[in-house]
Design a protein around this ligand. Sequence first.
Ligand SMILES: Nc1ncnc2c1ncn2[C@@H]1O[C@H](COP(=O)(O)OP(=O)(O)O)[C@@H](O)[C@H]1O
Ligand SMILES: [Mg+2]
Length: 265
Amino acid sequence: MTDPANDPVLDATRSALDGPGASPADDAAGHPSALLHVNDVRKVYGSGHTEVVAVSDATMAVDEGEFVALLGPSGSGKTTLISIIGGLLAPSSGRVTVGDVDVTAMNKKELTAFRAERVGFVFQSANLVPFLTARENLLFVSSLVKGISRTQANERADQLLSELGLSARAKNLPEQLSGGERQRVAIGRALMNDPDLVLVDEPTAALDTAMGRQVVELLRREIKARGKTGIMVTHDLRMVEYTDRVFEILDGHLTHVEQPSAIGH
Ligand SMILES: Nc1ncnc2c1ncn2[C@@H]1O[C@H](COP(=O)(O)OP(=O)(O)O)[C@@H](O)[C@H]1O
Ligand SMILES: [Mg+2]
């Protein structure tokens, strides 16, 4: 592990976070018809003297078809916020809406359906099912979605594997794939249910820079080609150039919104 006090990527991220840029609340007001609205979301873990305020008063809006970054150092609340957006975690207060649906008002059953039908997740470690091949890892998702035939699922899986450069790897188990290939399978899996929102948490954390760039470039290409709305959590500012806008988060506060070109300069 890199010593966090001596990590050049983290240092660069910290200084990038000092920049100006618009306030997320002002920015959100300028995007009234955005697909995703996060309003005053707060998340507190624990209680009493063990209480941790992981996210406070987060307000942001992301348009349909946009690919944005959520950039901040380790412990800043990125995973917490993206988990709330994807309906994996309930906020302590505040509201998340996707289209005209209030995610924060859903019961358990509605949340399960929302995640299965409208959200694709890609996690830091690809989290593939170890005893299923690359292709089977994609097809597994479609078995959870209503209304997709076996033939449609096979076609979609093969199309995605081809776009992601994985056709020759389709029959390999995760352990027979490189780290970058596993993340590409995870991207394919996230797109199998034709989601509205693609939520990606530190996709390059386990990859070297070249592999990381390749994965994020593919991710951008897929999100744009399919008209999805993507949010990528990262603490690596080298990856923000592939996104349309950057939301910066520090100690649970969204501090400002920037163009990727403004980061690190
Ligand atoms: N389940 C939990 N219980 C208590 N504290 C948590 C939990 N998950 C995260 N935290 C704390 O909340 C803060 C934000 O965490 P997290 O959202 O994981 O940040 P990031 O993804 O930016 O590293 C950190 O201080 C972390 O220790
Ligand atoms: Mg995290």
